[in-house]
Design a protein around this ligand. Structure first.
Ligand code: ACO
Length: 322
């Protein structure tokens, strides 16, 4: 078996919802501003004590059940997150223990909003080389823990959630190609400028939050995602008319619409969840995929283009025959 294919999907959003009206009571903003600039109407936020792995476990169990798999069928766990439960063990290991899986490779990937694209690409390579047969690939975040809830320029953007897929070996190509990039020279435009080793005093003081030069990130995202569309189509020799669905990272409807225009895709062929989920970073693509598979829009055989851009900067795409 030379290829990998997505066998099943799962998703989970925490119960607590924060609407734009709620944010109007917290910072100097308006529902109209948030909708117009971002397309976001509400987002889900984890409860106190509810962790990234708690959300991931729900999404993973749904993906396993959806495909008729038991945890013992999994021989690789790749977990994309920017907001891990602990410094260590990794979220992948914590999830492995929850699912009562023992012995297989399990590790985290940190590529911020591009995390799921990275994770899917890495898992695909494990399967193609024969190192794994069935991988659980997760994107899960509790971004609410690194949002400064008094900063109106960032707190309106983010949400919490988890998405999962089971990727398995196949004779037919599911993942057709993947394209990963990063350029660390832009690290200061989108960052949490403190951590375990750098400014640990800020982390200890509870002063380690997302900082973003939104306008510059916006321009870079639109241009870079335009280029990744070209790169992906060129590599596969496909015309843009072959794409049935764009399943983009959900940061902002204006960024998503720009990529759709580049593909000549009407918005009816774009999976948009940012209005209800906000930006859930590594969770946004698998959550969007799960929503569109579950509501019957995405069907077996459809051609999907997933793309993402995020802190690092990192960016990438995956072309998928679902
Ligand atoms: N409510 C009301 N006004 C606001 C708010 C708010 N929530 N936030 C900012 N403003 C004000 C600003 O203060 C500014 O006021 P001024 O003109 O008086 O100075 C004005 O609105 C315009 O601010 P801009 O930042 O220029 O607004 P912009 O149109 O660029 O929209 C946004 C901001 C939505 C953040 C946009 O830049 C964006 O989406 N950027 C990209 C975000 C992204 O894609 N991030 C990547 C992924 S995230 C990750 O990797 C973790």
């Amino acid at each position: 078996m030379k290829f990998s294919r997505i066998a099943s999907t799962g998703g989970y959003l925490p119960e607590k919802i924060l609407t734009n009206a709620d944010l109007e009571r917290m910072v100097d903003t308006t529902d109209a501003w948030i909708r117009e600039r971002t397309g976001i109407e509400k987002r889900h936020v984890a409860l106190d004590g509810q962790t990234t792995v708690d959300l991931a476990e729900q999404a993973a169990r749904q993906a396993l059940a959806d495909g008729g798999f038991s945890p013992g069928d999994i021989d690789l766990i790749v977990f994309a997150t920017t907001t891990p439960d602990r410094v260590f063990p990794s979220c992948a290991c914590l999830l492995q223990q929850r699912l009562d899986i023992h012995g297989c490779a399990a590790f985290d990937i940190q590529a911020v909003c591009t995390g799921f694209v990275y994770a899917l690409s890495v898992a695909d390579k494990f399967i193609r080389t024969g190192a794994a047969r069935r991988a659980l690939v997760i994107g899960a975040e509790t971004l609410s823990r690194i949002v400064d809830w008094s900063d109106r320029s960032t707190c309106v953007l983010f949400g919490d959630g988890a998405g999962a897929v089971v990727l398995e070996a196949s004779d037919e190509a599911g993942i057709l190609s993947s394209h990963l990039h990063a350029d660390g020279q832009y690290e200061s435009l989108l960052t949490v400028p403190a951590g375990v080793s750098d400014h640990p005093e800020r982390l200890r003081a509870g002063d380690a939050f997302i900082e973003m030069k939104g306008n510059e990130v916006f321009k870079m995202a639109v241009n870079t995602l335009g280029r990744i569309v070209d790169e992906t189509l060129d590599a596969s020799g496909l015309d843009k008319s072959a794409i049935d669905w764009l399943v983009p990272h959900q940061a902002n409807t204006r960024i998503i619409a720009a990529t759709a225009r580049k593909l000549d895709l009407p918005m009816e062929r774009v999976v948009v969840t940012v209005d209800r989920h906000g930006n859930t970073s590594a969770a946004s693509i698998p959550l969007a995929l799960d929503v569109a598979v579950r509501d019957g829009r995405i069907r077996r055989g459809d051609m999907l283009l997933m793309e993402a851009f995020g802190g690092g900067f990192t960016w990438g795409s995956v072309l998928v025959r679902f």
